[in-house]
Structure formats: structure tokens, C-alpha cells
Write a protein that binds this ligand. Structure first.
Ligand SMILES: CC(C)=CCC/C(C)=C/COP(=O)(O)O
Length: 271
């Protein structure tokens, strides 16, 4: 849209050479759009020349400041540029790392193993396993830990569902939607529910289960593998997984804060 200053110049036919030059550029663009073969469609309209007209505009803008909306268009904010660059890196890395996205991909033969890792971080085995342990636990400490783990898993499903529903980011184009047992919001990819669960559950286990050091290392490796498999299978962008991992840690802190203690449990069951 021409700036009010230029439009005014166009209407009055101002003699200022700078103003006239800008007006000519806009007019030429309009004429060229309607008559592409017009003699006015010449080398002076090349991008290089247009750059000149831009700098000529800059000189005149020193005399008279441009309207604010024009400045916004010409100078995208630093944050905007940083975000677009990050997004570009994210998409590039996602594409590069999606090596098991299809059977014919470069690591396509590893796809079945990646899908096993995917199931190991799925909500159904975790909820079913926790319910079973809760049913089998014969100590109050065991019941307390299992009940809180169940609470954490359900809260995770709800929070991830809410964020996915708000952000509505599509999964990467190279993803094949052949995932086992999903909710409708799982067509969206931000954040990765597997990453939130892996981060939250691994922190939970490291804190509340008495485990030997090699098992603790295995738990950490499992969480990292689940996160990596999301990108390698082409299910998620790198940023979905990174945010999911962070969100899982935050969810664990929330569970610690809301911890259902032996004192609150009887109240809960009486309701
Ligand atoms: C059906 C139940 C109980 C959970 C769904 C678990 C699931 C499929 C989450 C999606 O994970 P990603 O966001 O990592 O793809």
C-alpha cells in the first residue's frame, strides 16, 4: 500500500525529485502489472534499481519520518527474525533426523525397533502397569507411590491434550500416521506426549524407587531413546520433543507439589 506521503505526492504532482522518483516507481509497477510488455518495463525496474529507490526513500525519510505501519513492514523485529531462523533450523534438523520415517528411509530397517521404543513410552502400558502395581501393592508406601504415579500419568494426558489443542501444530509431512491407540488431539504434534511422559516418569522413578546404579542409568537412557525415536520415526519436530521434555520435568515438579499423602488419601476415598 503506498504511504500517505507518496499518495499525496502522486495527487499533487510534487516537483521534489525524490518524491517523484518514488511515485514513478509505484506508478511503473502498476502500469507493468497491467501492461507487462510496455516500454516502461525496462532495466531501471530491476531489483537493483529498486534497491536504489529504496535508499532514495531512506534519504527522504530522514526529512520526513515514515508512518509507523510502513516502518513495521520494512523492519521486521529482531524477535521475529530469531523465531523464523529457529523454526528453519528446527524443520531442517527434523527432516535430517527423520531417518526411520518410512520403510525405505536410510535407517528404515530400524523402524520396527523404534516402534517398540515408541510403545514402551505409550500411555496405555504405563497406566495399565501402574493400575496393576497399585492393585498388587501390599504396603501403604507402595500404594502411595503408585497412586501418585497414576495421578501423574492422567494429569500428563490432560495437560498435553490441552496444549496440543491450543497450539494445533501439524505433525511433520514425512510422518506416517500408523501410531497405536491415539486420541483425536494426537493428530497434532506440539508437544510430544511421549517426551513429556518419558521425562516425567523417569524423574519419578529415579526419585521414588530404590534402584541400583546400572538401572538408574538404563532409566535415563530409556527416556533419551524415547525422545530421539519421536524425531527419527518422523512423528515430531525437534522442538516438539525439546518442549515436551521440558514440560515433563515441570509436570513432575507439579506432582511433587500436589503429592497425595497418606493424610490426603483417606479424604480422597471418602469423597
Ligand atoms: C490412548 C492413551 C492412553 C494415550 C495416548 C498416548 C499417545 C498416543 C500420545 C501421543 O504421543 P506423541 O505426542 O509423542 O505422538
Amino acid at each position: 500500500m503506498p504511504s500517505p506521503r507518496v499518495t499525496r505526492a502522486a495527487n499533487t504532482g510534487s516537483a521534489n525529485p525524490n518524491t517523484k522518483f518514488e511515485f514513478m516507481t509505484l506508478l511503473t509497477n502498476r502500469i507493468n502489472a497491467s501492461e507487462p510488455n510496455s516500454p516502461r518495463h525496462r532495466a531501471s525496474d530491476s531489483p537493483v534499481h529498486r534497491k536504489d529507490s529504496f535508499s532514495s526513500g531512506a534519504t527522504s525519510s530522514q526529512q520526513q519520518p515514515l508512518p509507523e505501519e510502513d516502518c513495521m513492514k520494512l523492519n521486521p523485529s529482531f524477535l521475529g527474525i530469531a523465531m523464523s531462523s529457529l523454526l528453519a533450523v528446527d524443520l531442517w534438523l527434523t527432516k535430517k533426523m527423520g531417518v526411520c520415517a518410512k520403510d525405505g528411509s536410510s535407517w528404515g530397517t530400524a523402524r520396527p525397533m523404534m516402534k517398540l521404543i515408541e510403545i514402551s513410552g505409550h500411555g496405555i502400558p504405563w497406566i495399565a502397569g501402574t493400575l496393576y502395581c497399585l492393585y498388587k501393592s501390599d504396603s501403604s508406601a507402595g500404594r502411595e507411590v503408585n497412586l501418585n504415579l497414576l495421578f501423574a500419568l492422567l494429569l500428563d494426558l490432560i495437560l498435553v491434550g490441552i496444549v496440543k489443542g491450543i497450539v494445533k501444530r501439524r505433525r511433520p509431512t514425512h510422518n506416517r500416521m500408523d501410531m497405536f491407540a491415539t486420541f483425536s488431539v494426537d493428530k497434532y504434534s506440539f508437544p510430544s506426549g511421549h517426551a513429556t511422559r518419558a521425562a516425567m516418569v523417569s524423574r519419578f522413578m529415579l526419585k521414588h524407587l530404590v534402584l541400583a546404579v546400572p538401572v538408574r542409568i538404563l532409566v535415563m537412557l530409556w527416556a533419551i531413546l524415547v525422545c530421539m525415536s519421536r524425531v527419527m520415526l518422523g512423528r515430531h519436530n525437534v522442538s516438539d520433543v525439546a518442549f515436551g521434555f521440558f514440560m515433563g520435568h515441570m509436570q513432575y515438579s507439579l506432582i511433587e507439589y500436589l503429592w497425595l499423602s497418606p493424610y490426603t488419601l483417606p479424604l480422597l476415598f471418602r469423597m
